[in-house]
Design a protein around this ligand. Sequence first.
Ligand code: FES
Length: 171
Amino acid sequence: MGEINRRDFLKNATKGTVGLVTLSILPLGLAACNDKEQKMDTSAMANLGPLSEIEKGPFPKKVEYVASIKDAWVTQEQKGFVYVAKDEVKQELLFMSPICTHLGCTANDADEQQKAEGMTFFCPCHGGEYDELGNNIGGPPPRPLDIFQPVIQDGNVYIAVLSPIERTSKS
Ligand code: FES
């Protein structure tokens, strides 16, 4: 598991820009090619595990991670998770933050009744509603769930957990 040094994070994030653009949100069919791209520094990222496992449905699904965040002399373990969804139209995997875009509570799995109403994720704080691709479909959230740009290296999927990307419109 990579160690994240806050001071180095921006440097690494910037360095990774070329790789992130190249890899983009992973088109499933291009997974094999991505391993042949130039290597990038994933030490400041969280490892979500093997792509071969992440590609398996059913979607959306929860994928947990543990990252070590280093701040000066203190290293803290940070546990978290992302929702991984599959956009069937674009044939892309989406790595979504569970943090509600209203005021930052955690969006949970919707219950059966909510699912019957078309909801996939529900934020209990103020009734935020999201569909399976994280689009805001009800309640106060102003935009879809943020996403992470995945980086594929040596068969594993990495994300920069401190650097979610805002989406302004529906997927
Ligand atoms: S924080 Fe999620 S709806 Fe307000």
